[in-house]
Design a protein around this ligand. Structure first.
Ligand SMILES: [Zn+2]
Length: 298
Protein backbone atom coordinates (compact mmCIF):
# COMPACT_ATOMS: atom_id res chain seq x y z
CA UNK A 1 0.00 0.00 0.00
CA UNK A 2 1.01 3.60 -0.51
CA UNK A 3 2.83 5.22 2.41
CA UNK A 4 2.66 8.99 2.09
CA UNK A 5 5.56 10.09 4.29
CA UNK A 6 4.78 13.82 4.11
CA UNK A 7 1.30 15.34 3.82
CA UNK A 8 -0.48 18.42 5.17
CA UNK A 9 -4.11 17.37 5.67
CA UNK A 10 -4.37 20.01 8.37
CA UNK A 11 -4.08 22.64 5.60
CA UNK A 12 -7.14 24.76 4.91
CA UNK A 13 -7.10 23.52 1.31
CA UNK A 14 -8.84 20.42 2.75
CA UNK A 15 -11.39 22.24 4.92
CA UNK A 16 -14.26 21.66 2.48
CA UNK A 17 -13.99 17.88 2.10
CA UNK A 18 -11.30 16.62 4.52
CA UNK A 19 -13.50 13.94 6.07
CA UNK A 20 -14.68 12.56 2.74
CA UNK A 21 -11.21 12.58 1.21
CA UNK A 22 -9.47 10.94 4.17
CA UNK A 23 -12.18 8.28 4.56
CA UNK A 24 -11.76 7.33 0.90
CA UNK A 25 -7.97 7.06 0.85
CA UNK A 26 -7.80 3.37 1.82
CA UNK A 27 -10.00 2.42 -1.16
CA UNK A 28 -7.53 4.30 -3.31
CA UNK A 29 -4.61 2.19 -2.15
CA UNK A 30 -3.26 4.40 0.62
CA UNK A 31 -2.25 2.46 3.74
CA UNK A 32 -0.43 5.12 5.77
CA UNK A 33 -0.09 8.89 5.94
CA UNK A 34 2.27 10.98 8.02
CA UNK A 35 0.85 14.46 8.52
CA UNK A 36 3.76 16.87 8.71
CA UNK A 37 3.74 19.69 11.21
CA UNK A 38 4.96 23.10 10.09
CA UNK A 39 4.07 25.47 12.91
CA UNK A 40 2.95 25.64 16.53
CA UNK A 41 -0.60 26.39 15.43
CA UNK A 42 -0.75 23.22 13.28
CA UNK A 43 0.21 20.77 15.98
CA UNK A 44 -2.98 20.49 18.02
CA UNK A 45 -5.04 19.86 14.90
CA UNK A 46 -2.62 17.22 13.68
CA UNK A 47 -2.99 15.52 17.03
CA UNK A 48 -6.78 15.54 16.59
CA UNK A 49 -6.45 14.03 13.11
CA UNK A 50 -4.25 11.18 14.38
CA UNK A 51 -6.94 10.35 16.90
CA UNK A 52 -9.67 10.38 14.30
CA UNK A 53 -8.01 8.27 11.57
CA UNK A 54 -6.28 4.94 12.19
CA UNK A 55 -3.95 5.17 9.22
CA UNK A 56 -2.88 8.74 9.94
CA UNK A 57 0.21 9.53 11.99
CA UNK A 58 1.70 12.89 12.81
CA UNK A 59 4.86 14.78 13.58
CA UNK A 60 5.82 17.73 15.74
CA UNK A 61 8.08 20.47 14.51
CA UNK A 62 8.57 24.01 13.38
CA UNK A 63 9.33 24.72 9.72
CA UNK A 64 12.33 27.01 9.12
CA UNK A 65 10.02 29.64 7.61
CA UNK A 66 8.04 29.51 10.86
CA UNK A 67 11.07 29.72 13.13
CA UNK A 68 10.35 31.98 16.07
CA UNK A 69 12.47 34.81 17.31
CA UNK A 70 13.42 35.04 20.93
CA UNK A 71 13.58 37.99 23.29
CA UNK A 72 11.45 41.00 22.41
CA UNK A 73 10.05 39.33 19.35
CA UNK A 74 9.16 36.05 21.07
CA UNK A 75 6.22 34.36 19.48
CA UNK A 76 6.38 36.29 16.23
CA UNK A 77 7.10 34.23 13.14
CA UNK A 78 10.16 35.31 11.19
CA UNK A 79 8.24 35.17 7.95
CA UNK A 80 4.64 35.00 6.87
CA UNK A 81 3.26 31.53 6.42
CA UNK A 82 2.29 30.44 2.93
CA UNK A 83 -1.27 29.65 4.02
CA UNK A 84 -3.46 32.62 4.74
CA UNK A 85 -4.61 33.92 8.08
CA UNK A 86 -3.14 33.33 11.48
CA UNK A 87 -6.05 31.11 12.47
CA UNK A 88 -6.58 29.63 9.03
CA UNK A 89 -7.39 26.16 10.29
CA UNK A 90 -10.72 26.81 11.92
CA UNK A 91 -12.37 26.36 15.27
CA UNK A 92 -10.94 22.97 16.08
CA UNK A 93 -7.42 24.39 16.08
CA UNK A 94 -8.44 27.38 18.13
CA UNK A 95 -9.97 25.06 20.68
CA UNK A 96 -6.92 22.82 20.81
CA UNK A 97 -4.57 25.77 20.85
CA UNK A 98 -6.42 27.19 23.82
CA UNK A 99 -5.98 23.89 25.59
CA UNK A 100 -2.28 24.16 24.82
CA UNK A 101 -2.10 27.74 26.07
CA UNK A 102 -3.82 26.69 29.28
CA UNK A 103 -1.26 23.96 29.79
CA UNK A 104 -3.73 21.11 29.42
CA UNK A 105 -1.82 19.11 26.83
CA UNK A 106 1.60 19.72 28.29
CA UNK A 107 3.04 16.58 29.85
CA UNK A 108 3.47 16.76 33.63
CA UNK A 109 7.25 16.42 33.50
CA UNK A 110 7.86 19.44 31.30
CA UNK A 111 10.88 21.49 32.08
CA UNK A 112 11.37 25.21 32.07
CA UNK A 113 12.10 26.62 28.66
CA UNK A 114 10.46 27.84 25.53
CA UNK A 115 6.80 26.97 25.26
CA UNK A 116 7.29 25.95 21.63
CA UNK A 117 9.84 23.35 22.67
CA UNK A 118 7.48 22.14 25.35
CA UNK A 119 4.68 21.73 22.85
CA UNK A 120 6.95 19.60 20.66
CA UNK A 121 7.86 17.45 23.67
CA UNK A 122 4.22 17.15 24.66
CA UNK A 123 3.32 16.08 21.14
CA UNK A 124 6.08 13.44 21.10
CA UNK A 125 4.64 11.93 24.26
CA UNK A 126 1.50 11.09 22.23
CA UNK A 127 1.48 7.54 20.80
CA UNK A 128 0.92 8.45 17.14
CA UNK A 129 3.31 11.38 16.86
CA UNK A 130 6.24 9.57 15.29
CA UNK A 131 8.82 12.12 14.16
CA UNK A 132 10.25 15.61 14.51
CA UNK A 133 9.59 17.71 11.41
CA UNK A 134 9.48 19.51 9.26
CA UNK A 135 12.65 21.18 10.42
CA UNK A 136 15.61 22.58 8.55
CA UNK A 137 16.86 25.62 6.67
CA UNK A 138 15.20 27.64 3.93
CA UNK A 139 17.16 30.56 2.50
CA UNK A 140 14.78 31.14 -0.38
CA UNK A 141 13.32 34.44 0.84
CA UNK A 142 15.22 37.69 1.06
CA UNK A 143 14.35 38.42 4.68
CA UNK A 144 15.65 35.07 5.89
CA UNK A 145 17.09 35.17 9.39
CA UNK A 146 19.64 32.44 9.12
CA UNK A 147 20.67 32.52 12.79
CA UNK A 148 17.09 32.06 13.99
CA UNK A 149 16.57 29.18 11.59
CA UNK A 150 19.82 27.52 12.63
CA UNK A 151 18.98 27.90 16.30
CA UNK A 152 15.62 26.17 15.83
CA UNK A 153 17.06 23.48 13.60
CA UNK A 154 19.66 22.62 16.26
CA UNK A 155 17.13 22.67 19.11
CA UNK A 156 14.76 20.35 17.29
CA UNK A 157 17.49 17.90 16.25
CA UNK A 158 18.41 17.76 19.90
CA UNK A 159 14.80 16.99 20.91
CA UNK A 160 14.66 14.22 18.29
CA UNK A 161 17.81 12.65 19.66
CA UNK A 162 16.50 12.95 23.20
CA UNK A 163 13.26 11.14 22.22
CA UNK A 164 14.98 8.69 19.82
CA UNK A 165 12.74 9.81 16.98
CA UNK A 166 13.57 10.35 13.32
CA UNK A 167 13.58 13.83 11.82
CA UNK A 168 12.47 14.97 8.42
CA UNK A 169 14.31 17.85 6.94
CA UNK A 170 13.12 20.71 4.77
CA UNK A 171 16.09 22.29 3.01
CA UNK A 172 15.87 24.86 0.24
CA UNK A 173 18.72 26.93 -1.19
CA UNK A 174 20.74 25.89 1.86
CA UNK A 175 22.59 22.74 0.79
CA UNK A 176 25.96 23.33 2.45
CA UNK A 177 24.66 24.74 5.74
CA UNK A 178 22.09 21.95 6.10
CA UNK A 179 24.66 19.20 5.70
CA UNK A 180 27.09 21.01 8.01
CA UNK A 181 24.45 21.26 10.72
CA UNK A 182 23.29 17.67 10.28
CA UNK A 183 26.85 16.58 10.94
CA UNK A 184 27.59 19.08 13.71
CA UNK A 185 24.40 18.21 15.61
CA UNK A 186 24.86 14.46 15.01
CA UNK A 187 21.42 14.28 13.42
CA UNK A 188 22.31 10.90 11.93
CA UNK A 189 21.82 9.47 15.42
CA UNK A 190 18.14 10.37 15.04
CA UNK A 191 18.04 9.44 11.34
CA UNK A 192 15.14 10.21 9.07
CA UNK A 193 14.21 11.67 5.71
CA UNK A 194 15.47 14.54 3.55
CA UNK A 195 12.07 15.63 2.33
CA UNK A 196 11.32 16.94 -1.19
CA UNK A 197 14.93 16.41 -2.12
CA UNK A 198 16.10 19.14 -4.51
CA UNK A 199 19.88 18.89 -4.53
CA UNK A 200 22.47 17.01 -6.59
CA UNK A 201 23.17 13.30 -6.58
CA UNK A 202 26.52 14.00 -4.88
CA UNK A 203 24.59 15.60 -2.03
CA UNK A 204 22.16 12.65 -2.00
CA UNK A 205 25.14 10.37 -1.56
CA UNK A 206 26.29 12.26 1.54
CA UNK A 207 22.87 11.78 3.15
CA UNK A 208 22.53 8.13 2.17
CA UNK A 209 25.99 7.49 3.61
CA UNK A 210 24.79 9.04 6.87
CA UNK A 211 21.82 6.65 6.81
CA UNK A 212 19.15 9.12 5.75
CA UNK A 213 16.32 8.37 3.33
CA UNK A 214 15.56 10.54 0.30
CA UNK A 215 11.96 11.80 0.05
CA UNK A 216 10.66 11.97 -3.51
CA UNK A 217 7.34 13.50 -4.55
CA UNK A 218 5.39 14.79 -7.52
CA UNK A 219 8.27 16.90 -8.83
CA UNK A 220 9.77 13.67 -10.22
CA UNK A 221 7.00 13.53 -12.82
CA UNK A 222 7.65 17.04 -14.16
CA UNK A 223 9.30 17.44 -17.55
CA UNK A 224 12.01 19.75 -16.20
CA UNK A 225 12.99 17.48 -13.29
CA UNK A 226 16.24 16.30 -14.85
CA UNK A 227 18.32 16.65 -11.68
CA UNK A 228 15.79 14.82 -9.50
CA UNK A 229 15.52 12.00 -12.06
CA UNK A 230 19.30 11.60 -11.84
CA UNK A 231 19.06 11.50 -8.06
CA UNK A 232 16.27 8.90 -8.24
CA UNK A 233 18.32 6.75 -10.60
CA UNK A 234 21.33 7.01 -8.32
CA UNK A 235 19.88 6.46 -4.83
CA UNK A 236 19.40 2.77 -3.96
CA UNK A 237 15.76 1.68 -3.71
CA UNK A 238 16.13 0.84 -0.03
CA UNK A 239 16.80 4.52 0.74
CA UNK A 240 13.87 6.12 -1.10
CA UNK A 241 10.49 7.03 0.37
CA UNK A 242 7.52 8.58 -1.42
CA UNK A 243 5.62 11.69 -0.37
CA UNK A 244 3.06 14.19 -1.63
CA UNK A 245 3.63 17.39 0.38
CA UNK A 246 -0.09 17.76 -0.38
CA UNK A 247 -1.95 20.02 -1.01
CA UNK A 248 1.15 21.14 -2.93
CA UNK A 249 3.21 19.60 -5.75
CA UNK A 250 0.63 17.36 -7.45
CA UNK A 251 2.28 14.99 -9.94
CA UNK A 252 1.78 15.31 -13.66
CA UNK A 253 -0.90 15.21 -15.19
CA UNK A 254 -2.43 16.97 -12.15
CA UNK A 255 0.28 19.61 -11.78
CA UNK A 256 -1.12 22.82 -10.33
CA UNK A 257 -4.18 21.10 -8.88
CA UNK A 258 -4.68 20.09 -5.25
CA UNK A 259 -2.57 17.05 -4.42
CA UNK A 260 -3.55 14.07 -2.23
CA UNK A 261 -1.96 10.79 -1.18
CA UNK A 262 -3.70 8.64 -3.80
CA UNK A 263 -1.85 10.53 -6.56
CA UNK A 264 1.46 9.05 -5.31
CA UNK A 265 0.69 6.29 -7.80
CA UNK A 266 1.77 8.64 -10.62
CA UNK A 267 5.08 9.38 -8.93
CA UNK A 268 5.56 5.65 -8.31
CA UNK A 269 5.04 4.95 -12.02
CA UNK A 270 7.78 7.36 -13.05
CA UNK A 271 10.13 6.01 -10.39
CA UNK A 272 9.33 2.47 -11.58
CA UNK A 273 10.38 3.36 -15.14
CA UNK A 274 13.64 4.84 -13.85
CA UNK A 275 14.39 1.80 -11.68
CA UNK A 276 13.19 -0.90 -14.08
CA UNK A 277 10.57 -2.10 -11.59
CA UNK A 278 6.77 -2.23 -11.62
CA UNK A 279 4.83 0.55 -9.90
CA UNK A 280 3.51 -2.04 -7.43
CA UNK A 281 7.05 -3.06 -6.50
CA UNK A 282 8.00 0.59 -5.98
CA UNK A 283 4.97 1.14 -3.77
CA UNK A 284 5.76 -1.98 -1.72
CA UNK A 285 9.47 -1.23 -1.25
CA UNK A 286 8.90 2.42 -0.35
CA UNK A 287 6.20 1.35 2.11
CA UNK A 288 8.64 -0.98 3.83
CA UNK A 289 11.25 1.79 3.92
CA UNK A 290 8.81 4.28 5.42
CA UNK A 291 7.67 1.73 7.99
CA UNK A 292 11.28 1.27 9.00
CA UNK A 293 11.97 5.02 9.33
CA UNK A 294 8.85 5.93 11.24
CA UNK A 295 8.44 2.63 13.08
CA UNK A 296 4.70 2.47 12.58
CA UNK A 297 3.77 -0.71 10.70
CA UNK A 298 2.81 -4.09 12.10
ZN1 LIG B 1 5.73 19.99 3.74
Amino acid sequence: MIFDTHAHYDDQAFDEDREELLSGLFENGVGYVLDASAAVRNMPFILELTKRYDFLYGSAGIHPCEAYQSGDNAGKPVMKKRTSGEWGFGLLVLEALNRYEEGEIITPDWRAGDREEQLIRAMLAEPKIMAVGEIGLDYHYEDTQKDVQKDWFARQISIAREFHRPIFVHSRDAAADTLDMIRAEKAQEAGGIIHCFSYSKEMAREYVDLGFYIGIGGVLTYKNAKKLKEVAAYVPMDHIVLETDCPYLAPSPFRGKRNDSSLIRYTAEVLAQIKGLSAEEVIQITEENACRVYGVCK
